[in-house]
Design a protein around this ligand. Structure first.
Ligand SMILES: [Zn+2]
Length: 397
């Protein structure tokens, strides 16, 4: 899990907000904010993995620093020293206990009421709150603190879903967006955080690995670092890929036993598995569209090409069979159009497949039964890949 660890080695040449790669608009907002008094509550919103917590820590350090500039903390003073050590007396973090999704309201109340105590090292106390983990009661407690701000208190909230927050809370905060980064920025972040600091487990990351993770993470540095930093993802991706690419040849029994078991075993990582599936489907579409340079899983190019070809053959074969059954002109004999028809059909099916993965992700987020959702998804993906029932819906084309 990638968090700004205050004890992590830091690159020598950058300090304060310049540690944030990219996000120039956000950095200039921060430069305009940090030296004013008008910063009693800052809310950072952005998708999970966008780097909100790292930025929240940099803001906290700057608000506590004894000699801050528009570029953030000085990283030299006593306050910065304690912050780096992770034991600053005037800094606290309010988040749910590990394994829990919500901060108990009693904890919110006691942490926030504790803020009335004066700071011990400087002129401010700063609290960082994971607002995703506040329920409505917790937010109402927070609201009281926001309505009667104490001059020495600064709050920094992070949220991946601003719509969950009460409008009354939002109206009292300075809201800043943490956008997705560009691909070259993600590559730079992986190099700085993992390669230069030799922090990844197992094999060293090659340039191809870095390129893959930067593409796969689609602008989210936290996700890129989490996946690139450990070996577990390589295995998960390889197993997911093996299942997906052989779905058209799998028997229904395989789907109900081995494949389902794999998904069940990795239930905790299901969103990552869905992301792998989406990346493979997207790559198949790239191959159909002859935009190979855009491919995410470029190390799998030969396998992907084989599968695309096989799926087109599956489609052509099924179409031909169906045409024969209906006494129509054989599909294969249509001049010059057979592959473009197969390609067009495959494109539609891949788009459907991508939609099904997204639907399944949403269903699980709504707590729909896991096994039912996964079995249904696998069956549909198999049918789409194997070419079944192609003509029924399309004989009037
Ligand atoms: Zn400082």
């Amino acid at each position: 899990m990638w968090l700004m660890s205050s004890t992590s080695k830091k690159s020598e040449h950058r300090k304060g907000f310049s540690r944030i790669t990219g996000l120039s608009a956000l950095k200039s907002r921060l430069a305009g904010l940090i030296l004013t008094e008008d910063n009693s509550c800052i809310l950072l919103t952005g998708p999970s993995g966008s780097g909100k917590k790292k930025i929240a820590n940099l803001i906290a350090q700057a608000l506590l620093c004894h000699a801050p500039t528009a570029e953030g903390a000085c990283e030299n003073c006593t306050s910065c020293h304690y912050f780096d050590q992770g034991n600053h007396l005037d800094f606290s973090i309010l988040a749910a206990e590990s394994g829990k999704k919500t901060i108990p309201t009693a904890s919110v109340r006691s942490e926030l009421s504790d803020l009335v105590r004066y700071p011990r090292l400087g002129k401010r106390r700063v609290i960082l709150i994971d607002a995703d983990e506040l329920n409505e009661q917790g937010q109402n407690v927070l609201l009281k603190t926001l309505e009667e701000p104490l001059p020495h208190v600064r709050l920094i909230l992070t949220s991946s879903d601003q719509s969950r927050l009460l409008p009354t809370v939002i109206s009292r905060v300075i809201s800043l967006k943490v956008d997705r980064r560009k691909e070259d920025e993600i590559r730079q972040i992986i190099r700085e955080e993992l390669v230069d600091q030799e922090r990844s487990e197992g094999d060293l990351l090659t340039d191809d690995d870095i390129r893959f993770f930067a593409k796969f993470a689609s602008g989210l540095p936290g996700l890129a670092l989490e996946l690139a930093g450990g070996d577990w993802f390589r295995q998960l991706r390889s197993d997911t890929t093996a299942i997906y690419l052989s779905l058209d040849q799998a028997s229904e029994l395989d789907l109900f036993t081995d494949c389902s078991a794999f998904f069940l075993e990795h239930k905790e990582q299901i969103d990552i598995i869905f992301a792998v599936l989406q990346s493979l489907i997207r790559d198949e579409l790239c191959l159909l569209w002859r935009t190979e340079a855009e491919i995410i899983n470029s190390d799998l190019l030969p396998q992907l090409k084989t599968v695309i070809e096989r799926k087109q053959q599956n489609l052509a074969r099924c179409a031909e069979q169906a045409a024969k059954d209906q006494g129509l002109v054989r599909w294969k004999e249509e001049e010059d159009s057979e592959w473009s028809r197969a390609e067009r059909e495959l494109q539609d099916r891949l788009a459907t497949a991508a939609g099904l993965v997204e639907e399944s992700r949403e269903a699980l987020a709504r707590n729909v039964n896991f096994e039912l959702t996964i079995t249904r998804l696998l069956l549909h993906l198999k049918f789409l890949a194997a070419g079944d029932e192609i003509i029924e819906s399309r004989k009037n084309d």
